[in-house]
Design a protein around this ligand. Structure first.
Ligand code: HEC
Ligand code: HEC
Ligand code: HEC
Ligand code: HEC
Ligand code: HEC
Ligand code: HEC
Length: 276
């Protein structure tokens, strides 16, 4: 891991051993006699909150513990605030795709992270200096994907399309279907359309992984139709919805009114071919 923050700060050495031991102690669930003297500027209450979140996470279940992310793999140094590189070795596909989209491209090019202050689209004023990284959407200790799918997006995004989602039929489905820990595949979240799930045949179990490139389904627009909408809707319904800018702006608040002529042409051609 390179480019981590927090390495070389004067007080880290004193923290390392206590911190890593604490991690191990927590991993074996014997917090008992450890004094949590801790990382820079982190209170005991904050630490125990992070620990509680981690205990209930998919990571704790898979024995991914504090040091899996907080220890530099080469130098074994303690890292107080790990960045995306700490996730990369285990989540290569998610990281690689993140780095290709609008959200991650600046990091990919070695620039400072994207912030809402740099945006053309409307953003929440209080989020202006929030830096884009895995932790912008994931609480890195709970790694709760349910919160990541809508709530996290709305900490930054403030345009009409984004705000209108919450009153859509799709949002109703999400609320009704909301099965923890992962959002149900029968619901539609911001991520369903913008960070689509993909089945990876090359892995033994045909793993379903999330494509984190948030530009991917936008260009060309047809891509969202085939990769997302058509899992649930017919092609014509989906095209008539996606090419209606007002309907997109309203975040699909009603059935499509648009009537793309090309579908009529296809029907005429088909009828001709079938000799009707
Ligand atoms: C999946 C990786 C991962 C695991 C596992 C993990 N952390 Fe973290 N932790 C992070 C990341 C990433 C950050 C930086 C978050 C940020 O920059 O806001 C962080 C931040 C912190 C901080 C610093 C917060 C601050 O504001 O300076 C503390 C303390 C901490 N974690 C404690 C723990 C403890 C204790 C455990 C084990 C119970 C743990 N972490 C497990 C990834 C992890
Ligand atoms: C040492 C390997 C390792 C590291 C490092 C790691 N993870 Fe994970 N992560 C896992 C494993 C294993 C799972 C569980 C996979 C499963 O259940 O299919 C997981 C699951 C997840 C999930 C899904 C949670 C759920 O409820 O299904 C998210 C989100 C996640 N990790 C994010 C991160 C982020 C963000 C980082 C870096 C801050 C990170 N991980 C670092 C191994 C790791
Ligand atoms: C830390 C703030 C932040 C969070 C959290 C965030 N975004 Fe963004 N997003 C941005 C910024 C900034 C841009 C760039 C906007 C611009 O340039 O006008 C952006 C751009 C986008 C774009 C347009 C991509 C393109 O190529 O034009 C989409 C789609 C998007 N975000 C979806 C999401 C979704 C879905 C979520 C939640 C799963 C999310 N964002 C979470 C800040 C954020
Ligand atoms: C049913 C699918 C769907 C859902 C759900 C959805 N979007 Fe979108 N989103 C779209 C489509 C389609 C576009 C327009 C693509 C285009 O302009 O070519 C879009 C565009 C965007 C853009 C780029 C706007 C621009 O002008 O560049 C952002 C940002 C965005 N969505 C964020 C969100 C957020 C945040 C949520 C959840 C609160 C969300 N979307 C929910 C389908 C969806
Ligand atoms: C724009 C918000 C956003 C950012 C940034 C983000 N994620 Fe995610 N991630 C999500 C959402 C939402 C889901 C769940 C989507 C779903 O299940 O439908 C998810 C799911 C995951 C999963 C579980 C699904 C899988 O593919 O195994 C992992 C692991 C993960 N993210 C890792 C990462 C890592 C690593 C980074 C940083 C390189 C990152 N994420 C950055 C929003 C984000
Ligand atoms: C996981 C399944 C699923 C996906 C994926 C999905 N939808 Fe839907 N959509 C639904 C369901 C279910 C309804 C509600 C139908 C109803 O109540 O009549 C709905 C409703 C709609 C409506 C009508 C809303 C209303 O108020 O009547 C539109 C328009 C729509 N979807 C467009 C899209 C578009 C465009 C996409 C792709 C970008 C998409 N949907 C993706 C399941 C899905």
């Amino acid at each position: 891991m390179k480019g981590q923050q927090g390495i070389g700060r004067p007080s880290w050495r004193s923290v390392v051993s206590v911190f890593l031991c604490l991690g191990l102690a927590i991993a074996s669930l014997s917090l008992g006699n450890i004094t949590p003297a801790l990382a820079d500027g982190v209170t005991e209450a904050e630490l125990s909150e992070m620990t509680e979140l981690w205990k209930g996470s998919a990571h704790a279940l898979s024995e991914i513990n504090c040091s899996s992310c907080h220890q530099d793999s080469e130098t074994e140094a303690f890292v107080q605030k790990p960045n995306y590189e700490s996730c990369q070795s285990c989540h290569e596909f998610e990281t690689d795709t993140f780095l290709l989209g609008k959200h991650g491209i600046r990091l990919n090019e070695g620039q400072s992270p994207l912030t809402p202050a740099k945006a053309r689209l409307a953003m929440k004023p209080e989020a202006h200096s929030k830096q884009m990284n895995c932790n912008a959407c994931h609480n890195v200790h709970s790694v709760n994907t349910y919160e990541a799918s809508v709530d996290s997006c709305l900490t930054c995004h403030n345009d009409q399309h984004s705000l209108n989602y919450e009153t859509s039929k799709h949002a109703e489905l999400f609320v009704a279907e909301g099965v923890l820990p992962r959002p149900s595949s029968a619901s539609v979240t911001c991520a369903t359309c913008h960070l689509p799930r993909e089945t990876h045949q090359e892995t033994s179990g045909g793993d379903v992984l999330v494509n984190h490139n948030n530009t991917y389904t936008l260009k060309p627009r047809d891509r969202m139709v085939s990769e997302v909408c058509m899992n649930c809707h017919g092609m014509e319904y989906a095209y008539n919805s996606i090419f209606d800018n007002e309907l997109v702006e309203s975040n699909f608040a009603q059935p499509p009114k648009l009537h793309l002529k090309s579908f009529d042409m296809v029907r005429v051609l088909r009828d001709k071919r079938e000799g009707k």
